[in-house]
Design a protein around this ligand. Structure first.
Ligand code: SF4
Length: 373
């Protein structure tokens, strides 16, 4: 608006100067007095000089660039609007503990869930939008699960989405609109999603993106970060770097360890490899970052894990405790959400009573157990 006014003023001034010049010339022609003629010539020179000064400014007005927009947040921090698109994140359905599908919002990498174990809202980072995992657990709720690895990540997009999500949770009314009462609190950020996050070649870089965003929003070190993993990649150097970085930013690993016998591991997780290799990876994870064991137990064709399976599991935990492996505890749960795999016909959740009874046997090894029925 200011620019338009300046241009129109300039055009008017230019025309006025020309008109004045013309008037002065006409006046000079019709007068004979030398003094008057000299004054007219002086006016003309002055007008001409003014025209020369003004002309280039009128023809090419300077480009006006708006300064970057920075808005002050309620909390007093400054929010850089380069990363913010107007509007809010709309959840397509109310968040619940039984629906953790990332398509609840129209984003590629970031999605909100209500987590039973966290007891509030968890912001998921999905590094497997291609639904690829190197395991194929019978209880997995990922629809269209394929065997494979996570893809390369568009890190700028991940950063943009995470900033947008956190802004709407912290400064907007996302929780009030989308989460049920009693769960309207942000609990953590979780690398989870539709596959194994550490199979993505950009896992470590994604951890750095999360660090940057949390640092800018004042949440670094305050908001826990969880890596939910089957642990198969932890010995790869870039994944190990990611775990080390997580350890410095209030991160923790939830390491999947469901079965203590190869037969059960193949049946429940359809995982290649053997139990002892898996345990060596658990030790490696625990040496890099605070690690919890997460164990999902299910009834297979109506039967809970056999006594032999239970004893093997407890024996392994005892060994780990004796070795002094730094395990923070065990997260014990059953299949609460509906499996999307064909093997789902064989599985059913265990009762809370069964889980609690088994938890007390685990506690006898000296480890803390958190049961989520
Ligand atoms: S490891 Fe996780 S993502 Fe992969 S199949 Fe098992 S439950 Fe699904």
């Amino acid at each position: 608006m200011i620019l338009v006014k300046s241009v129109s003023w300039g055009v008017w001034a230019r025309d006025e100067i020309f008109a004045q010049s013309r008037r002065a010339l006409r006046f000079a022609r019709v007068t004979t007095g030398k003094r008057v003629l000299c004054r007219a010539k002086k006016d003309m020179r002055l007008c001409f000089a003014k025209t020369l000064w003004l002309w280039p400014r009128v023809r090419s007005p300077p480009r006006v660039r708006s300064p970057p927009r920075r808005r002050r947040q309620k909390s007093g921090r400054t929010f850089d609007t380069r990363y913010y698109t107007r509007g809010v994140i709309v959840a397509k359905r109310l968040l619940t503990t039984v629906d953790h599908a990332p398509d609840v919002v129209d984003l590629t990498y970031v999605y909100p869930v209500v987590s039973r174990r966290a007891g509030g809202v968890s912001i998921g980072v999905n590094l497997n939008p291609n639904n690829a995992c190197n395991w194929k657990c019978a209880y997995c709720q990922v629809e269209g699960l394929v065997l494979g690895a996570g893809p390369k990540i568009d890190l700028e997009k991940l950063e943009r989405e995470l900033r947008l999500m956190l802004h709407d949770v912290q400064e907007g009314d996302f929780l009030a609109r989308s989460a049920p009462e009693g769960a309207r609190v942000l609990k953590d950020i979780a690398f989870a999603g539709n596959g194994e996050p550490t199979t993505s070649p950009d896992f470590a870089a994604s951890v750095e993106v999360v660090r940057r965003v949390l640092a800018d929003t004042g949440l670094l070190g305050k908001l826990p970060i969880v890596l939910i993993t089957n642990g198969t990649q932890v010995k790869k150097s870039d994944v190990a770097d990611g775990l080390k970085a997580l350890a410095t930013m209030n991160g923790r690993v939830w390491f999947k360890f469901d079965s203590a016998t190869e037969e059960a591991m193949r049946r429940v997780n359809q995982a290649p490899g053997d139990v002892y290799t898996h345990l060596s990876k658990l030790r490696a994870a625990a040496s890099l970052c605070p690690t919890w064991i997460q164990t999902c137990l299910v009834a297979w064709d109506g039967a809970p894990p056999s006594e032999e399976e239970q004893a093997a599991y407890l024996g392994i935990l005892e060994t780990l405790v004796k070795e002094g492996v730094s395990i923070r505890g065990v997260l014990l749960y059953s299949a609460a959400r509906k499996s999307a795999q064909p093997e789902s016909v064989h599985i059913s959740p265990l009762t809370e009573g069964w889980l609690r009874a088994f938890a007390s046997r685990i506690e006898a090894t000296g480890l803390e157990v958190l049961v989520t029925p």
